[in-house]
Design a protein around this ligand. Structure first.
Ligand code: GAP
Length: 537
């Protein structure tokens, strides 16, 4: 099971510290999000998995980390100044601004058809460079990391003596002044990309393009996405970016629909050609604007043919934030641990009905908040037995707190959820923010606490896993809390560990509880680290 609605993910992310809206205490800044304590771990784990697979484990790749700020000529010759634009219209009634191609002639906010003529709007953020406000002293925040790779092509080639084919990988922030940021971290104004520019001999580009599409699909499957939710889409000629000969998008079934997660483009010799001097001598296949500023020919000397060639480029370009959203969505499940009897469900059903009536009558809620609450409430009502755990998310949606009967609903639902349901993130263990939670059965028992803290210290100092100690509740509750953040293993220290139980053979062993199966087994403390490492894969 994956997330059914974006609300489930937004609510869990905020509640448990994965992702928060940016600048919230000042009313927010649209299109920005902050990663919290668990979110930063998840994001770093995803990036590390990408770097491992694409840089460390390949023999044909180098990595770089280029500046976000680049000479503004970069963006002239990359084509972004001229082509990185969307046609915009303003609504004359409510003054909202929209992308002309997304609204079918009517303002989605107020319904007015009184719109201005479409005008081009450049998506790059302009920024002043240096202390003097001279109109020429500006640059842009990069809208893609790729250009940092193209401008360093010669540096990498000369410093590593690489032969074609080889690639350069980079991860980092990109910025786009998106007109309508939306769908949580799917479309934002500040985001991260994981990009590869893979340089090949002209003529070998199409075979490499196909190979990269397969590699990238396999990598997304390896981090937990399911085949059913990942769909390759071959862009049509009129959809291609200005630099591309062919592009295959990997679409993912996000909660809001099937949308782009990664694009794998054949950029031909467009980029190295555009940024080169003396272009007339290079025999370029792509049409590029004349470059009167570059000081380099970005070519490769082919020792076999004794000729300088401009390599073709295959570019797998993925969004980190969209990756995090896809992984979160795929991992998310609300599961019944055991069936709740009808007499326990009935009062929750009634309280939910009263809550939704109260929402629909409430005049203080914005239309958006009201619609979202009603839609989610009705979805839950439609299959209460299965979806009851979603009420926790419903109650943390915007506007829910202000509804008078919310407290009563929470009072009804919390004990039933605690007893019969769990929300769980089935992350691949290597992506999980926390790998192991060490739990003392009794938080005030010095013997148990000593052993548990010692285990946490030892596992943590192994350097291969993030380990936490948690004594903030009863064991059942602690298991649920760790399930909800995707911790694959809980290690419980109890009286048997101390040799105080009935069975003497359990001395110096602990219970390892598995997140997915909820199965428990006894493992000797001396073997614990090796055992966990093996299960972690
Ligand atoms: N260098 C090629 C390039 O930037 P793109 O299709 O514009 O191509 C690549 O972007 C990836 O970056 C997308 O597939 C998406 O995952 C991510 N991305 C692009 N714009 C984004 C945005 N506004 N918010 C979040 N991710 C974005």
């Amino acid at each position: 099971m994956a997330a059914q609605t974006m609300e489930q993910l937004v609510s869990l992310s905020k509640r448990r510290g994965f992702i928060f809206p940016g600048s919230a205490i000042y009313g927010g800044l649209q299109g920005t999000y902050d990663y919290g304590p668990l979110g930063v771990e998840l994001k770093n784990n995803l990036k590390l998995a990408w770097w491992r697979a694409n840089v460390w484990e390949r023999e044909d790749m180098e990595g770089i980390d280029a500046s976000i700020l680049m000479n503004k000529l970069t963006w002239r010759y990359s084509g972004h100044e001229e082509t990185f634009v969307d046609p915009m219209v303003d609504c004359k009634g409510c003054k909202m601004r929209w992308r002309a191609d997304q609204i079918a002639g009517k303002c989605p906010s107020c319904g007015s058809a009184e719109l201005t003529e479409p005008r081009p709007f450049n998506l790059m953020f302009k920024t002043q460079v240096g202390p003097v406000p001279d109109p020429e002293s500006f640059s842009y925040l990069r809208p893609e990391t790729a250009q940092g790779i193209f401008l360093n092509f010669k540096h990498v080639l000369d410093s590593t003596s690489r032969k074609l084919p080889f690639g350069i990988a980079q991860m980092g922030k990109s910025f786009r002044n998106e007109i309508t940021p939306r769908n949580f971290i799917f479309r934002v104004r500040e985001f991260e990309q994981m990009e590869i520019e893979f340089f090949v001999k002209p003529g070998e580009d199409e075979a490499w393009h196909q190979k990269w599409v397969e590699d990238r699909i396999n990598w997304w499957l390896s981090v937990g996405l399911s085949k059913d939710n990942l769909v390759p889409y071959h862009q049509k000629a009129n959809e291609l970016a200005h630099y591309a000969k062919a592009t295959v998008d990997l679409l993912y079934r996000f909660p809001h629909g099937l949308e782009e997660l990664e694009g794998i483009a054949n950029r031909t010799d467009y980029d190295l050609g555009s940024h080169s001097k003396d272009q007339g001598s290079l025999g370029l296949k792509a049409r590029v604007a004349p470059n009167s500023h570059s000081t380099e020919k970005l070519t490769y000397f082919d020792a076999e043919t004794k000729q300088h060639v401009v390599p073709f480029v295959i570019e797998p370009s993925a969004g980190v934030d969209r990756g995090v959203l896809a992984v979160l969505s795929e991992a998310y499940a609300e599961e019944q641990v055991k069936p709740a009897p009808a007499d326990r469900l009935k009062p929750v059903e009634e309280a939910l009905g009263t809550f939704l009536k109260s929402v629909s009558r409430n005049e203080k809620l914005t239309a958006d908040a009201k619609n979202a609450l009603l839609a989610e409430g009705e979805r839950i009502e439609g299959a209460l037995g299965e979806r009851l755990a979603s009420i926790t998310g419903l109650l943390s949606m915007p506007g829910a707190e202000g509804i008078e009967v919310a407290k009563k609903l929470r009072g009804q639902v919390d004990p039933v959820v605690d007893e019969f349901y769990r929300t769980v993130l089935h992350f691949k263990p290597r992506l999980a923010p926390i790998k192991v939670a060490v739990l003392p059965l009794k938080k005030n028992h010095p013997g148990i606490v000593d052993v548990a803290k010692g285990i946490r210290r030892r596992l943590q100092s192994s350097g291969s896993m993030r380990v936490v100690y948690d004594d903030t509740g009863a064991i059942g509750k602690l298991y649920r809390r760790q399930d909800e953040i995707g911790t694959p293993f809980c290690v419980t220290v109890d009286f048997d560990t101390l040799g105080d139980g009935k069975d003497a053979s359990t001395k110096d062993t602990v219970t390892v509880r598995h997140r997915d199966s909820m199965a428990q087994e006894r493992v000797a403390i001396s073997e614990l680290e090796g055992y966990l490492r093996e299960k972690m894969g």
